[in-house]
Design a protein around this ligand. Structure first.
Ligand code: ADE
Ligand code: ZN
Ligand code: ZN
Length: 295
């Protein structure tokens, strides 16, 4: 769909829009995958905050408000940059003030689940969290500052599409064969997801680890960039599985992160322990749940 628009409006639109995150389709796919794995508690909390809107649509909002100066503060939250020579993210070095995507994810998940905050603030926090979880699974959102995550690297794709490296990974490769049918692609990714991988993805909700996975792929993207900066069917064939994996991982992790955040939100604050008569059974798991620290 985006490419069809671009045919009318010119490639500048792709370049401008694509700097904002996965393109619309990427965010919609990640959100649609997440919708398939929500617990009833998380689903209820999402309906309470978003009404009729689902996660596929909610993930688009953080890009739609980027022209609004009220939200300028959120601009650095879409990505994290690290030195080209670094093996891994170092938050003290790469995100010292907490203004990066790695820190934004636990922050907005915690805000969304915090019932003492106003409804509107929680709603915005949920939409930010959903968007940033998607963004962090686009490898180049853990990128390099000197070329703005690949935005400054000009690319010609499939013979005649002028784009840039970042936009190539945000939108162009996703749309190359799908013609904007993101719903079908989301369904296909859910059907193809290997249970072992899904369990592995859902068991690790540490956004620093997600960023390190993206950073490792980013290193490979730069290593494998064709010298003439032209990408063709062979490049697509070599990379589309990586993109499919990142979209799928992002979707399942989004569900797991929201399930965890809203399970915590549903539990009343723990009461101070009272002395129990000896021989009393240990409390059931349900009673022992604590309101966890944000992670
Ligand atoms: N601007 C600067 N660095 C960026 C990145 N890694 N991704 C997206 N936009 C950016
Ligand atoms: Zn974004
Ligand atoms: Zn992007």
């Amino acid at each position: 769909m985006q490419l069809r628009c671009a045919a009318f409006l010119g490639s500048a639109l792709i370049a401008t829009h694509a700097a904002w995150g996965w393109g619309g389709e990427g965010h919609q796919i990640v959100g649609a995958i997440a919708m398939t794995r929500l617990t009833p508690e998380a689903r209820a909390a999402i309906v309470e905050l978003l009404g009729d809107e689902d996660l596929a649509t909610a993930g688009l909002w953080a890009d739609q408000i980027r022209g609004d100066p009220t939200y300028d503060w959120a601009k650095p939250f879409h990505y994290v940059n690290l030195p080209r020579t670094a093996e891994a993210i170092d938050l003290a070095r790469d995100c010292p003030t907490g203004e990066c995507v790695v820190a934004a994810i636990p922050r907005f998940l915690a805000e969304a689940a915090n019932r003492s905050l106003p409804h509107e603030k929680r709603k915005e926090a949920l939409k930010f969290a959903v968007h940033f979880i998607g963004d962090l699974h686009q490898p180049l959102h853990a990128g390099y500052k000197d070329d703005l995550g690949g935005n400054r690297i000009q690319i010609v794709a499939f013979g005649d599409q002028k784009t840039n490296l970042h936009a190539l990974w945000d939108t162009v490769l996703i749309n190359h064969r799908t013609s904007g049918d993101w719903k079908r692609l989301a369904e296909e990714l859910v059907a193809a997801a290997q249970p072992g991988l899904v369990a592995e993805w859902q068991s690790n909700l540490d956004s620093t680890d997600w960023a390190n996975e993206s950073a490792a792929i980013t290193r490979a993207i730069y290593r494998d960039l064709p010298a003439d900066q032209k990408v063709d069917e062979a490049y697509y064939a070599a990379n589309i599985e990586t993109i499919r994996r990142r979209l799928t991982a992002g979707g399942y992790r989004m569900a797991a992160a929201l399930n965890k955040a809203f399970a915590a939100a549903a539990v009343p604050a723990p009461v101070a322990p009272t002395a129990k008569p000896s021989g009393q059974r240990a409390p059931a798991a349900e009673d022992r749940r604590q309101v966890p620290a944000a992670d």
